[in-house]
Design a protein around this ligand. Sequence first.
Ligand code: G6P
Length: 607
Amino acid sequence: MCGIVGYIGYEQAGPFLLDGLQTLEYRGYDSAGVCLNDGSELIVKKAKGKLKVLKDMTHDGEDLRGTVGIGHTRWATHGEPSDVNAHPHLSESGRFAVVHNGIIENYQLLKDYLTSKGVEFRSKTDTEVIAQLLEYYYKGSLVDAVIKALEKLDGSYALGVISQENPDEIIAVRKESPLIIGLGENENFLASDVTAILARTRTIYRLENNEIAILGRESVRIINTDKEEIHKEQETVDWDVNAAKKGGYEHFMFKEIMEQPKAITDTIAPRIKNGRVVLDEVSLSAEELKNFNKINILACGSAYHVGVVAKYIFEKMLRIPVEVDLASEFRYRDPIVNDKTLTVVISQSGETADTKEAMKEAQRRGSHVISIVNVVGSAIAVESDDVIYTWAGPEIAVATTKAYSTQLAVIYLMALYFGEMLGTIVPDEYKALVKELEELPDKINAVLENKERIQYLASKLFNSKDVFFIGRNIDYALSLEGSLKLKEISYIHSEAYAAGELKHGTISLIEEGTPVIALATHEELIGKIVSNIEEVKTRGAQVMCIACDNHKELEGVGEMIFIPKVCDMLLPSLAVIPLQLFAYYVASLKGCDIDQPRNLAKSVTVE
Ligand code: G6P
């Protein structure tokens, strides 16, 4: 939620700030702003709406003067999206400017206090209190004022601060929200995420909680809140700079859909050695693994849907009971978790606030946590006991596709690896599954080649008001993701239902012409789902059905999409492709803003 950038060097800061914000727009896009020190005063430009408004206003930053500046792209929490609530926020006199990602939980208390001292506030944001506190505490040292202000703040924050009196420094600090420092030649950078600085430098510091970075043009110092120097290791980022660009595609989402075979190959290939899955990242011995009597999966959004698929797979292959929880619910339900529970946390960003806090709750209760994360060095990756990275590369579209698919791939790897350790998979089955897993990217390519068929079906259904997704077993788990994809980017109401449950209420919503997307890939339950399809067709539903190509007899139950036959475990990886493409084409036909759907943000760092 919210993206932060900062620049200090000898060049004009404006163009970098605007470019950097562009790459961070996935984090929030209801308003944006920049503030530069032009040598004598702080100049702020900000605007409600997409970054484009600010870019046009400043001619891509060319109109801005100053070699030090900060910028922000916002996903509103406190105060509606508006020019005045956009960041950066200035103190009353205009001498201190702040950009902030996170939430200041005690802002009202602080605001009341400052108001009682005569300070006048302009915005409805929690962030403005920080700017006002800086001015209130400033006695000639910006860093001292920041430290004093931090003592008063409760909540989460990544902050970038500049001041009129200090044209040669930016102060950056974080607590529970991500922030990295980029180290260049005679220039240094600040950003919420490395994609913003990749074009300029690959050398970074990743700030830890309560570390304060003082960025100058030629050096960066890092101190703690007692002003003691901290020696930090520099990191080199090896992400491909083009990975965060559209590369000729109209949308990031489509590009990322097409990248899935490669992302899955990158995720599985290094972990299959001589026909065996090897997860060196997992520190558990077979003895320790056998000690667990439950697996607990925690995640939000699409990552949660991966968890639901994982429940079916783990229970079948490992014979251990699995509970899947929405992280936001788990946190507050006094869960029964202890050292006999293995917790699996799934997160693309590795910074989702609820997921992170749920993970900590599980750890507090003695559970060993394995995380499945895409962003290297993110909080969840660092704080979990073991991390298995998905090598999907940067995912920019708000609606996840390749991260979802690579998370599934890790679930398969874990099922095979643990299954072998526990002896719950017989060797022949193991061998066959590993072989099929290695062939999966090619089969995904085959499904992607059928995209025109899905585009055609999307053109028949894009005017629908409601769409239902049904399935059984692993198909049900996948239908949850199909439904979410459609609603988040096309704004069509949709629901996913376990097909057998439909008749207990929801079938009353089916009327003449209602689209029902039926997933009929799970071999053992084909007969059952076909009966459910007949039930909705009898009531007028138009059915689109996804099935494996060894079931051509299903031709006629609806508009068919056939996918290659694979073993049940791997089916979701193939069947999800038509669902992603369907959502994409529907949204495209409706003219929706596919990469940045309304009201959403990719990285949800608030509760
Ligand atoms: C947001 C994104 C979803 C994602 C969810 C969890 O809602 O739009 O695509 O599944 O957050 O994010 P995470 O980074 O933890 O996977």
